[in-house]
Design a protein around this ligand. Sequence first.
Ligand SMILES: O=P(O)(O)OC[C@H]1O[C@H](OP(=O)(O)OP(=O)(O)O)[C@H](O)[C@@H]1O
Ligand SMILES: O=C(O)c1cc(=O)[nH]c(=O)[nH]1
Length: 195
Amino acid sequence: MQPLRRAEPAHANAREGLIALIKERSFGRGKITLASGRESDFYFDLRPTALHPAGAAYIGELVVDMIKDLDIEYVGGLAMGAIPIATAVAIASYQRGGNIGAFFVRKAEKNYGTRKLVEGLPKGQTLKGKNVLVVEDTTTSGGSAMQAVQVLREEGANVVLVITIVDRQEGAEETFAAEKLPFRSVLTADVFLKD
Ligand SMILES: O=P(O)(O)OC[C@H]1O[C@H](OP(=O)(O)OP(=O)(O)O)[C@H](O)[C@@H]1O
Ligand SMILES: O=C(O)c1cc(=O)[nH]c(=O)[nH]1
C-alpha cells in the first residue's frame, strides 16, 4: 500500500498557513449561541483546524515561538478545545529539544475512576509549583480558560501566561487583566471578519 502523502507542501509561513486553514475549515457565519450564553452571527470551530496535520503543526510552531523566552514546564487547558492545542505545543517543544508536558482540565470531575480534574500527569505527580501555560482554542469571554486557571491555581501551579489561538476580542483580555494574568492571542477575529 502506498503511504498517504499530502497533496500540497506545508505553507512556508505558519501564520499564513494557519489563517488559510481556519478560513477553509473553521470559520463560519450564521446565528449561533455561544458558551457564555451570548448570541453571535459568526463562529470559529477550531477543532477541524487543530486536528488537521498541518494545522496542528502550525499551532505548535507559533505557540512555541511565543514562549521561547519563558520557562514553561507544562501546557494545558480546559477540555475539549484546549486538548489538541496543548498536544500540538508539547510535540513542537519536543521537536525543538524542549520537554513541555501536556495536560488537560476536565470541566467536571467523574464520579468513578481516578476522579482527577487535571489529566495527563502520572500517579503521584502534580502541577504544584510548576510553571504552566494555559491554552485555549477560541476565547470570547475568557471564562472557560479562567475555569482552568482556577483549578490550576488551587493545585498550586504557577500560571505564567494564557495563549488563545483565536481571540474574538469580546472580553477575554479584560477577564485576564482583572486576574493580573498575561494573555496573548495567535490571531484575532478581525482577520476573518474583514473578508
Ligand atoms: O471564552 P469563553 O466565553 O469561555 O468561550 C470560549 C469557549 O467556548 C468553546 O468551548 P465550548 O464551551 O463550546 O466547549 P467544548 O470545548 O467542550 O466543546 C471554546 O472551545 C472555548 O473553550
Ligand atoms: O464563545 C464561544 O462559545 C465560542 C465562540 C467561537 O467562535 N468558537 C467557539 O468554539 N466557541
